[in-house]
Design a binder for this molecule. Structure first.
Ligand code: FES
Ligand code: FES
Length: 170
């Protein structure tokens, strides 16, 4: 039995410890916001945060997440930076088919947590592992800049109450 902390809740997982986090999220817990693209750490569709770091959940076993915190797209808006990123995504109409976008948002949020005002190269470097077959790269780049600007403008103000997570699994 493996105990995983996902979006602030503990889950008892009765799967082999080498099971990828992605399959655990999608097939065991029904959290389908995180997507399967390549299964080989090549596309970024499966990106989640492990203790705040963006990781490819398709190649990361659940054993690597013991005593750590997993955050998925279902809870990213509970964080003010993740919320700003999602708001910018919606304001600029970033998604096309949408399949890659949860991974894009997770990578963008991780970037802005580390680098509040990333320059163009920092954005391209941080997002280079997230592939979009629809070619929404220009809007992704602009949305990251917009989220950064929004966050800079709200710095020092009291944070809004955390919104309830969508798709929360009990
Ligand atoms: S599905 Fe994990 S990187 Fe493509
Ligand atoms: S929006 Fe379609 S793959 Fe990125």
């Amino acid at each position: 039995m493996t105990v995983l902390t996902i979006n602030g809740k503990q889950h008892q997982i009765d799967l082999p410890e080498d099971t990828p986090i992605l399959w655990t999220l999608r097939d065991q817990l029904g959290m389908t916001g995180t997507k399967f693209g390549c299964g080989m750490a090549l596309c970024g569709a499966c990106t989640v945060h492990l203790d705040g770091e963006p990781i490819r959940s398709c190649v990361t076993p659940i054993s690597a997440a013991v005593n750590k915190k997993i955050t998925t797209i279902e809870a990213v808006e509970q964080d003010h930076i993740g919320k700003a990123v999602q708001d910018a995504w919606m304001a600029l109409g970033v998604p096309q088919c949408g399949y890659c976008q949860s991974g894009q948002i997770m990578s963008a949020t991780a970037l802005l947590k580390k680098v509040p005002k990333p320059d163009d190269k920092q954005i391209m470097d941080a997002m280079s592992g997230n592939i979009c077959r629809c070619g929404t790269y220009t809007r992704i780049h602009a949305a990251i800049k917009q989220a950064s600007t929004t966050l800079a403008g709200s710095a020092g103000k009291a944070p809004a109450p955390a919104a309830k997570a969508k798709g929360e699994v009990k």
